[in-house]
Design a protein around this ligand. Structure first.
Ligand code: ATP
Ligand code: MG
Length: 345
């Protein structure tokens, strides 16, 4: 399988009134063609910021990319101009978000919004040309876009798509709105879909439906997905591989089965103890004591050390490097030889 996305040593700072928050601290991971990679981690660990950096939607300012590269299909996205990124969004990389209502306009019908997206992707001209503002669509074009819209709604399992097109976002349920957003994200036939907590706002049964739909679409279209969630159970249903994130760093990457059977990083072990499945065995839900650190003054060394039950002296001083403990299983923790970069210990 070819490599589609490769994020290397990505460091992002946010300049805030409280000081500079070192939000991403050397994020590295790769995503192959047709693969769905899960990204899991507590609230505030930098999952959304990572996705925003990839699709070029970091608010700048206050955000600043300090270091790193984001290679997509062989090109470094961080070197692209805003016009080039605009041309790429939707057609090569798309994103779906947690809260569909924020991204749907309440005063336009679902059909108007969906056909707008479809027509925008068809705008001829050089990358980044603002076709929509200057170009009027003829009847054949709008009729064809409408047919495409109906087809897309059908693909995301919306019943009676023809009639539904005339309705407004408030007439759709939360699950259906998320399906519409998915249809919009797929309208430009992207190679990569960034799904940022796509099911978090939904109840469990609808969540399962959307995940099943997402899996079906991914398989049918062969697209690659970065599935972001704070819920390992959601990830385990959709991904073969998962990256565990803590305070701006990927601390462990492995196949999902290995993460469940043999988690190596103490943070991953804590996350697993916080999953309700263990409660059935009369075990209390432990969770991880403490909070994510203040990223304006992050702890030196390993950022997890103040909460880590296995912290050693070296953890307070040296930032651990990634160690490939087994093929495809990488961990950043001083419990594993080589993490100190050969300083010994
Ligand atoms: N626009 C911003 N200005 C300042 N700080 C920001 C901004 N956006 C994000 N951050 C900070 O970056 C850090 C990571 O945020 P991010 O939204 O990526 O977390 P997350 O892992 O997606 O969390 P959640 O699970 O709650 O969505 C947080 O500490 C947050 O406060
Ligand atoms: Mg987020």
């Amino acid at each position: 399988m070819g490599r589609l996305l490769e994020v290397e040593d990505l460091c992002v700072h946010f300049h805030t009134f409280a000081g500079t928050a070192k939000v991403l601290d050397g994020v590295s991971f790769r995503l192959d063609e047709g693969e769905t990679l899960g990204v899991v981690g507590e609230s505030g660990c930098g999952k959304s910021v990572t996705a925003q950096a990839i699709i070029g939607l970091l608010p700048r300012p206050p955000a600043e990319v300090v270091r790193g590269s984001i290679r997509f299909g062989g090109e470094d996205l961080l070197r692209k101009t805003e016009a080039e990124m605009r041309a790429l969004r939707g057609t090569r990389i798309s994103m779906v978000f947690q809260d569909p209502m924020t991204y749907l306009n309440p005063v336009f019908s679902i059909g108007e919004q969906l056909t707008d997206v479809i027509l925008a992707h068809r705008t001829p001209g050089p990358p980044g040309a603002l076709g929509l503002a200057t170009r009027r669509w003829n009847r054949t074009e709008t009729a064809e876009a409408r047919r495409t819209a109906v087809d897309l709604l059908r693909q995301v399992n919306i019943p009676d798509p023809g009639e539904r097109l005339c309705q407004y976002p408030h007439e759709f349920s939360g699950g259906m709105r998320q399906r519409v957003l998915l249809a919009m994200a797929l309208a430009g036939s992207p190679r990569l879909l960034l799904a940022d907590e796509p099911t978090t706002a939904l109840d469990v049964t609808i969540q399962a439906q959307i995940l099943r739909l997402l899996r079906g679409l991914i398989e049918a279209r062969g697209i690659s997905v970065l599935l972001i969630s704070h819920d390992l159970a959601v990830i385990s249903r959709s991904c073969r591989r998962v990256a565990v994130m803590y305070a701006g760093t990927i601390v462990e990457t492995a196949e999902i089965g290995r993460i469940f059977r043999a988690p190596l990083h103490p943070y991953t072990q804590g996350l697993l103890r916080a999953i309700p499945r263990n409660v059935r065995r009369q075990q209390a839900l432990e969770g991880i004591p403490g909070f994510i650190p203040d990223l304006v003054v992050p702890p030196p060394g390993c950022r997890f050390h103040p909460r880590c039950p296995k912290a050693m002296a070296v953890c307070r001083e040296v930032k651990p490097r990634p160690v490939e403990v087994e093929a495809g299983h990488v961990v950043r923790c001083h419990l594993f030889p080589g993490a100190d970069g050969g300083r010994g210990g």
